[in-house]
Design a protein around this ligand. Structure first.
Ligand code: ZN
Length: 361
């Protein structure tokens, strides 16, 4: 039995699980604003409210606007270990305030470092990718304690930078005991996947590091197939265009591959049409596909996980049962070790008032 009403669902304490959120896309706008002023960096907008609007790509349908927002604020954060610690710590507080029990936060250590020569923002210094992971680990660990939430990390490889990927695998291995549970591949999927990414993901699989890949977000269904068969992904980031190839869709469904759906992001980036009634997640829900709801980049979409559930309920007309199922899908597809995953599932069952014997909604 599910407790009554969408509002009742929303109010359940610490009952949600989030699998797809970028830590560097989840920075509080107020933190960016404050740090920029301390550092003498000029931001667009005459005041804070105007600045917030400048970096808000919600509903824009424009990948350019979405990516431009990162160009505005990333230089304020990257290479600043104090700022990175603060972002990680505040992320825990913000997630806890949204009723999240467990979240996997992802980021590229290379994009936040200043020793990487081909970094897109050309801010050079002495902060290495390893120092970034060390700092994020410390910030999250303190935040977990202070806000009573469980947070794990996924380290991202970036498609146009295949040279970084072997170090990402190394960092995943090195920081396993400090909360890193998986590897991701993000970035422009219009080019074929570089062999160095494939090598890195195969090595990650050999080492028992869990794998998710951004695929079929803006690109074709074949990218999702390649993610699963060549990069050995257990989860797909987005995957909307998979529905355009029935054979691939049915195959991934039969394999119980998890799809990390981000509704507001999918419209913000123009990955899908602005017509909610045609959103691929409706098909996912009707087919009982293994998918979850996620925020992706709250800094530039200015959304909460609650907003995603509201969109699912109000725009895609998901039933409470479907919404609850997406949350349980997230828990059973998360990258925690078996015993911790069981603990999380039992916690959710308790929160939803489900009997111990019920394994699926
Ligand atoms: Zn993403």
């Amino acid at each position: 039995m599910i407790r009554s009403g969408i509002n009742g669902f929303a109010k359940q304490a610490r009952s949600r699980v989030e699998l797809h959120v970028h830590l560097d896309g989840a920075v509080r706008p107020s933190t960016i604003w404050e740090l920029a002023h301390t550092k003498g960096i000029t931001l667009p907008g005459a005041n804070f409210e105007e600045f917030k609007q400048k970096i808000n790509a919600r509903g824009s349908g424009s990948l350019t606007k979405f990516l431009d927002a990162f160009n505005i604020f990333m230089p304020v954060i990257l290479g600043d270990l104090q700022a990175i610690y603060r972002v990680a710590y505040e992320f825990c507080e913000d997630s806890a305030n949204q009723g999240i029990a467990y979240v996997e936060a992802r980021y590229s250590p290379h994009l936040l470092a200043t020793t990487v020569p081909d970094s897109p923002w050309k801010v050079m210094g002495d902060v290495t990718p390893k120092m970034v992971v060390e700092t994020v680990s410390k910030g999250l660990s303190q935040g977990e304690k202070d806000f009573n939430i469980k947070v794990r990390q996924i380290l991202c490889c970036i498609r146009p930078f295949p040279d970084w990927s072997s170090e990402v695998v190394y960092l995943c291995q090195e920081f396993r005991s400090k909360g890193v549970v998986g590897i991701d591949l993000a970035g422009d999927e219009s080019q074929p996947t570089h062999p160095d990414h494939k090598k890195a993901f195969q090595e990650a699989a050999r080492l028992g590091i869990s794998r998710t890949v951004h695929a079929a977000e803006a690109g074709p269904a074949s990218n999702a197939k390649a993610a699963v068969y060549e990069l050995l992904a257990q989860r797909i980031g987005h995957g909307y265009h998979t529905v355009e190839d029935e054979a691939i869709y049915q195959d991934l469904r039969a394999r119980d591959i998890h799809f990390e759906v981000c509704l507001l992001s999918s419209q913000a980036t123009g990955a899908v049409t602005l017509d909610w009634s045609k959103h691929p997640a409706i098909r996912f829900a009707n087919d009982d596909l293994n998918f979850s709801l996620n925020t992706d980049d709250p800094t530039v979409i200015q959304n909460t996980l609650g907003d995603e559930y509201d969109v699912g309920f109000n725009k895609l007309h998901f039933s409470e049962r479907v919404l609850a199922r997406t949350n349980f899908n997230a828990a059973r597809s998360c990258f925690l070790p078996r015993d911790e995953k069981d603990e999380l599932l039992n916690h959710l069952k308790e929160q939803y008032g489900l009997q111990e014997c019920c394994t699926r909604l």
